[in-house]
Structure formats: structure tokens, C-alpha cells
Design a protein around this ligand. Structure first.
Ligand code: UDP
Ligand code: MN
Length: 284
């Protein structure tokens, strides 16, 4: 594969792949835990990391997990686009009021996700680097492009929007080119970056069950929706389980589960984990 902007290490082994993105060492930590969880799920699909800037030893460490690493350039977007989507500018124009983005989160880097459409796979399931796969989700390869779960973590109104932390795609150079030209129109501003763009590009997106992308704030805000046996992908949106953060006490059970997956030791069966505290107190 010699798509401009991509430098893969080695060849594809399957025609389907789980793909994630890490543009810095913090997200590489997340990606390593995600890949370990995917291995534990028993999948035979390729595991692929798109990355921009990572130390060689980090990339080599992921190779030992059997991951195919693909160096990716930032998208060739205009300087106007890059300024509008710069971290401070974006956070000023469209502040996050529900949770906090970590300091190592660079909004512009999110758009590199779109390069998965340049990959040499027939079917791709993209998963954010801040997620864990708790049960095999290979059935997602049979879902059409473009399938994603709704961005549910607070109210019913959340069902209007998708969350781009888990989605299905069919790579195609033509799709990638069309995306690029739609993305970077004069004055275009995508307030939630790739998520807003994908929602606009695929207005008739197919819905996945929320259990294929369960957002960690459901634990805090919608505890009735939380059933460990149902959750297939757990997504640590906003604060990350590997950083110091203010919600750590409230999210302790989820954070401990992430650390178990990130390490070599045994991983608990999620069905043995406690329910959200709000539920066990009988408040919900
Ligand atoms: N990402 C990255 N570097 C960045 C920002 C994002 O590699 O600076 C990737 C990473 O895979 C991450 C995803 O893009 O999981 C989306 O960002 P994030 O998960 O922080 O957003 P959230 O889920 O909190 O909305
Ligand atoms: Mn995420």
C-alpha cells in the first residue's frame, strides 16, 4: 500500500481490521490497553495503529502485541482550517461544559482518523484509543458503512447525535478524497471535530446499540442504563483513566478495570463488578 500520507509497517494479514489512532504517548498508552482487550476478545481481525508522532520504542512495544503500525501524516488542511480548529480557539468558540478534555488532547489530531479510509482493508471498525473491548464485537464487521452508537450520557436529547469513538467503515480512496474536499471548505468549522464532520458526511448513519460504545459518564448520570453483562465496548470519554483527574473517586471501578486490561495480570469478569453506586444506594 502506498497511499500518500500513510507509511505502513508490513502487509495486511486479514481483509478486516480494528483501527485506532494515537498522535502522542498518552493516547499510545490507551491504544496498548485497547489492543490487549481486543486480543482477549479472541478476534482474528488485524489490529492497526495509525500514529503521527511516537517514540520508536513505543511503536516497537505495540508491534510486540502483534499490532500493524501505520505512520500517518496530519491531513493536508489549510492554515485557516488549522487555526480555527486549534485547541484554544476551538475550546473558546465551542466550550466543553459537561466534562474536561485532558491537556494532551489536540482537536486537530482527531481528523487523522479519516485516513482509515485510505487503508488496504475491505472492512474496518474504528475504536478510540480511550476505550476497552469487554466482549467480542466481530459482528460489527457485518454492519454497513456508516454505523455508530448515539452519544448517550446525559439525556434523551443525546440520541440526536452520534459518538465517533466506535464506528464501521469501508475504506475507499474515492471516499477519502471526497471527505477531504468537504472537510476543508472556506470558513468550515467542525465544533466537535471528526464527530461533527462524520455526522454531516453520513446524515443517514445507522445506529449501533449503546452497549457497543458505552460512555463512562453513563455510570455517573444514567446508572439505570448500566448493566455490566451488556457492555461490549466501554469508552472513557472526557477524563482518561491513566491521568490524574477530579472524577477518579466516582469512576474508581472503571479506572481499576482499565488498569487491569493495560497490564499483564488477570482481568476481572465484568459481571463480577459492582453496579453504579447510585443504583446500589437505590437512588436511581
Ligand atoms: N486522539 C489522538 N490525539 C489527540 C486527540 C485525539 O490520538 O491529541 C485520538 C485518540 O484515538 C482518541 C480519539 O482521537 O481516543 C478521540 O479523542 P478523545 O478520545 O480524547 O475524545 P473524547 O472521546 O473524550 O470525546
Ligand atoms: Mn474517546
Amino acid at each position: 500500500m502506498t497511499e500518500p500520507g500513510l507509511r505502513p509497517d508490513g502487509k495486511a494479514r486479514s481483509d478486516r481490521a480494528y483501527v485506532t489512532l494515537a498522535t502522542n504517548p498518552d493516547y499510545a498508552k490507551g491504544a496498548a490497553a485497547l489492543f490487549r482487550s481486543l486480543r482477549r476478545s479472541g478476534t482474528t481481525a488485524d489490529l492497526v495503529l495509525l500514529y503521527t508522532d511516537l517514540p520508536a520504542e513505543t511503536v516497537e512495544g505495540l508491534c510486540t502485541l502483534g499490532v500493524r503500525t501505520v505512520h500517518a501524516d496530519l491531513l493536508p488542511t489549510s492554515s485557516e482550517f488549522n487555526i480555527l480548529h486549534g485547541r484554544d480557539r476551538l475550546h473558546g468558540a465551542a466550550p466543553f461544559t459537561k466534562g474536561r478534555k485532558p491537556p494532551f488532547h489536540t482537536p486537530l489530531d482527531n481528523f487523522v482518523k479519516l485516513r482509515l479510509w485510505q487503508l488496504d482493508y475491505r472492512r474496518v471498525v474504528f475504536i478510540d484509543a480511550d476505550a476497552l473491548v469487554l466482549q467480542n464485537v466481530d459482528r460489527l464487521f457485518d454492519y454497513p458503512e456508516f454505523s455508530a452508537a448515539p452519544n448517550v450520557y446525559e439525556t434523551l436529547a443525546d440520541f440526536h447525535r452520534l459518538n465517533s469513538g466506535v464506528f464501521t467503515a469501508r475504506p475507499s480512496a474515492a471516499t477519502f478524497q471526497t471527505m477531504l474536499s468537504r472537510l476543508d471548505q472556506p470558513g468550515a468549522f467542525w465544533r466537535r471535530t471528526d464527530q461533527t464532520f462524520l455526522e454531516s458526511y453520513f446524515p443517514n448513519w445507522h445506529g449501533l446499540p449503546v452497549f457497543d460504545n458505552m460512555l463512562q459518564y453513563v455510570w455517573l448520570n444514567l446508572p439505570e442504563l448500566w448493566r455490566w453483562q451488556d457492555i461490549r465496548i466501554l469508552h472513557y470519554q472526557y477524563e482518561k483513566p491513566w491521568e490524574n483527574q477530579t472524577k477518579a473517586d466516582a469512576l474508581r471501578v472503571l479506572i481499576d478495570l482499565w488498569h487491569a486490561h493495560a497490564g499483564d495480570g488477570p482481568v476481572p469478569d465484568p459481571r463480577d463488578l459492582p453496579p453504579p453506586p447510585a443504583l446500589s444506594r437505590g437512588r436511581a
